[in-house]
Design a protein around this ligand. Structure first.
Ligand code: NOJ
Length: 730
């Protein structure tokens, strides 16, 4: 058994600083150029890192995924380190390593902790098999401004859903590797939705909204936490002693290690906060940041010359060494490359990815029950839009080790489903390779599909419309190219990019019944579609098996059961718009606050239709009056009148009527995904305890539990429910 104290006693200051340093190790595809903003010399980088390894002065690497390469670098590290301290390999395992699951916002839309946990356990199994020990995930930042591109990586707007999803992901990851919830804290509140911009959050929002998913992730056993780039209330988050010591460790008892976001420590100079790199390292390490993630030229390498107290540095190194011991790396630092290949190819992983994609899709509209389509009844299906057959876009952002060959697009999925029962005619209609701006991830290659040579935009547009006109049904896939969303990919508009809306309008004008499949990670401006397109299914970026799952849903093998994890605004000008807002003067006029647009959403939080036909009834609370700390049992009957079984996500909201602060008009406090058999009723039960009613009160700067009355609301979205009052007495 490795003795951490003995190791610490033998290590030099430079070796200790090395353990606290994580280096990017990039090998870009031939000919690729690094994003200039990274300040990275692609040719130099590997040599510089290997030199640090040979001096025993690196604790961790990121961005290596090849098991042979991981073994080679591990060997270099062990040979170079006089104490035999192995490297920790970290990576952005966000929604799969080789088997790509739907993007995280989609997984949240399943409202299904079981499939979320299973998905991340599979991602972690694949990661561990290739030698990755630690995922920079889950991203548990609340996102209430969909202009912010990183909304795709999280669970949306709601702290309760966010906490349940965070915990499920952590449980999944931690079965094989370390999970690193990020970015602590408040990163999602970037002003204007502009990535990395400052966040100004009241006490009340931090504790009631932005912190709960982090707390849940830590309680679920996350071994790591990542810092955030921006200033939080005027202090750079990465140097916030309050966040990383007072809240995370002292208040919540976090026992793992903290890593900075990439270059966030050197950014303390950029912020105009630290005087130079040495002071940047010193202030971050004192604040409680154990490890620096450095793209180049680490600040922590200067810790030996800084004023950081030796005992602080030792306590940070201890955390890193303990993590390595816990992972068993001192005993077993290498991976078996044959086993890695077998794990990556496991068909059970693909089956789970398909099931996940089935559960994540949200049926936004289904006028006249156009869906499901009857495959036996159709002679021809037009599949239209550039995203319908784009493998790379089907996978979504934040994947690097994918296999395009095995990726099933919507077109592949539909063809595979109908076989020779109907003609499936595909026309992209508008350029496949159309990009409005380059993404920093383009340097990894494979990100921007190109049009076939000689693509004639006008002729292709006309051909797509003619294909629709000649078909029994048109399936239009429209949305955002995957590199328009994610890190550093904010938008100032929610419009469908390119000529997609025009294409959709022209297709609908042919009179052919039209289904819109939305490929996205944020709400888009669907005002026209929501009035004119009878069926709209949000398929997100559905992953490796996405197209197969979409076909299962389109043709009714599976009923859609996803629910929106955010409020879907009508237009960008309404942002921010959330479900759990408070209310004030003239609430009856709430829907008329704008001169030029309704102030209601296009689709409410929690919305999602089904091929089942659900109704709610007999909502009961077991006692109308309880003590302030008391518990209320709630039950509701959910009936499915359809001829088929279907899953429904039953949602419970609370509204506190009076107290020592004004509280939101509704707050999600429970949900359950239940399968209701055809023409049957099931009873769904919830328990409301004091933990559901407690909230952070900014007036007293503490958690409070008011003596009050509250409404219990249960339904299939945040806008449709039955209500029962109850009282919590003081
Ligand atoms: C920067 C991102 O903000 C963070 O989420 C990610 O984990 C690191 N880069 C490493 O890629």
């Amino acid at each position: 058994m490795t003795n951490v104290d003995e190791l610490l006693a033998r290590m030099s200051p430079a070796e200790k600083a090395g353990q606290l340093t994580q280096y990017f190790y990039f090998r870009l595809p031939a000919g690729a150029e690094a994003e200039p903003a990274l300040g990275l010399d692609v040719a130099e980088q590997p040599q510089a890192v290997e030199a640090a390894l040979s001096r025993g002065e690196a604790g961790s690497l990121l961005f290596v995924t090849d098991p042979g390469e991981i073994n080679r670098l591990q060997r270099l590290a062990l040979e170079g380190n006089p104490h035999g301290i192995p490297l920790l390999f970290g990576f952005d395992v966000i929604h799969g390593l080789r088997t790509i699951f739907p993007v995280p916002i989609a997984m949240a839309a399943s409202w299904d902790p079981e499939i979320i946990e299973r998905g991340q356990a599979i991602a972690a199994r694949e990661a561990r098999a290739v030698g990755i020990h630690w995922a920079f995930a889950p991203m548990v930042d609340i996102a209430r401004d969909p202009r912010w591109g990183r909304i795709v990586e999280g669970a949306g707007e709601d702290p309760y859903l966010g906490a349940v999803v965070a915990a499920a992901q952590v449980r999944g990851f931690q079965r094989h590797i370390i999970a690193g919830p990020k970015h602590f804290g408040g990163y999602g509140a970037a002003l204007g939705g502009r990535d990395y911009d400052e966040a100004n959050l009241s006490d009340h929002e931090l504790w009631n909204v932005y912190f709960p998913p982090f707390r849940a992730a830590i309680e679920a056993g996350a071994g790591n936490v990542m810092t955030a780039y921006m200033d939080l209330n005027g202090i750079p988050a990465t140097a916030s002693h309050w966040l990383f010591t007072e809240v995370l460790r002292d208040a919540w008892g976090f026992d793992g290690f903290v890593v900075s976001d990439a270059n966030a420590v050197r950014n303390l100079v950029t912020h105009g906060f630290a005087r130079d790199l040495t002071e940047a390292g010193e202030r971050a390490v004192i604040a409680g940041v154990d490890m620096e993630m450095a793209i180049a030229d680490p600040a922590y390498a200067r810790l030996p010359e800084s004023q950081a107290p030796a005992e602080v540095i030792d306590s940070r190194v201890r955390k890193i060494l303990e993590a390595k011991v816990r992972l068993g790396l001192f005993d077993d630092p290498y991976v078996n490359e044959d086993r890695a290949r077998t794990v990556l190819a496991d068909p059970a992983h693909r089956a789970a990815a398909r099931e996940a994609a089935q559960r994540t899709a949200v049926l936004l509209r289904n006028e006249g029950d156009l869906l499901p389509l009857d495959a036996g009844d159709l002679r021809s299906i037009a599949v239209l839009g550039p995203l319908a057959d784009s493998k790379r876009d089907t996978l979504g952002p934040w994947v690097f080790d994918f296999d395009l060959d095995e990726t099933v697009t919507v077109l592949d999925g539909i063809r595979g489903f109908v076989k020779d029962r109907a003609d499936v005619d595909y026309a992209p209609g508008i350029p496949v390779g159309q990009r409005t701006f380059p993404s920093m991830f383009d340097m990894f290659g494979g990100n921007a599909p190109a049009d076939p040579p000689g693509f004639d935009a006008e002729a292709e547009f006309a051909r797509a419309v003619a294909t629709a006109a000649a078909a029994d049904v048109a399936v239009v896939v429209a949305g955002e190219w995957q590199n328009m969303i994610g890190e550093a990919a904010s938008r100032s508009s929610l419009e469908l990019p390119g000529r997609q809306l025009e294409l959709l309008q022209a297709v609908v004008a042919t009179g052919t019944p039209t289904v819109l499949l939305v490929m996205n990670g944020r709400p888009l401006d669907l005002r026209w579609a929501a009035e004119h397109v009878p069926a709209i299914l949000d398929i997100w970026y559905p992953g490796t098996q996405g197209g197969a799952a979409v076909a299962d849903l389109l043709f009714g093998d599976v009923s859609p059961s996803g629910k929106l994890p955010f409020t879907w605004p009508r237009t960008v000008g309404q942002i921010p718009m959330i479900s759990s807002h408070t209310t004030s003067h003239e609430p009856e006029n709430q829907a008329r606050r704008y001169w030029d647009e309704a102030s209601t959403p296009l689709f409410p939080f929690g919305h999602g239709l089904s091929y089942g036909r659900f109704s709610y009834g007999d909502l009961t609370v077991d006692r109308p009056v309880v003590g302030r700390e008391g518990t209320v049992a709630v039950s509701v009957e959910v009936t499915n009148d359809a001829d088929r079984a279907a899953a429904e996500v039953v949602q419970l909201y609370l509204r506190q009527r009076h107290g020592t602060a004004s509280r939101p008009v509704r707050e999600l406090k429970g949900f359950r995904r239940v399968v209701v058999p055809a023409r049957s009723t099931v009873v769904v039960e919830f328990t409301i305890g004091p933990e559901h009613r407690r909230y952070w009160n900014a007036a007293v700067r503490d958690w409070v539990l008011d003596a009050t009355s509250f409404d219990v609301e249960v339904g299939g979205s945040a806008a449709s429910f039955d209500v029962r009052p109850a009282v919590a007495e003081g």
